[in-house]
Write a protein that binds this ligand. Structure first.
Ligand SMILES: [Zn+2]
Ligand SMILES: [Zn+2]
Length: 78
């Protein structure tokens, strides 16, 4: 009873989507969301090292933001 249920497959998505609090399509090796934004998909396994570094986290956040701005600019429906 005290043992938490552990699934081998994650349902929460890749680390990048989790970080962005977005729903991940969980495509492999890189999810659609990450590929769409041309971001490095951090995958589904161990927590990426950058997440432990606040500086890197800020960097990542900025990068994502930049990519989103870039994408929303000069591009209508695709
Ligand atoms: Zn994802
Ligand atoms: Zn991803």
């Amino acid at each position: 009873m005290s043992v938490p249920t552990r699934h081998v497959r994650t349902r929460t998505g890749c680390w990048t989507c989790r970080f962005r609090k977005k729903k991940c399509d969980e495509a492999r090796p890189a999810c659609e969301r990450c590929s769409h934004l041309r971001l490095i998909c951090d995958g589904y396994d161990g927590q990426p090292v950058w997440m432990k570094d606040p500086e890197k986290v800020a960097e990542k956040k900025a990068k994502i933001k930049k990519q989103m701005v870039k994408r929303s600019r000069g591009q209508k429906k695709n």
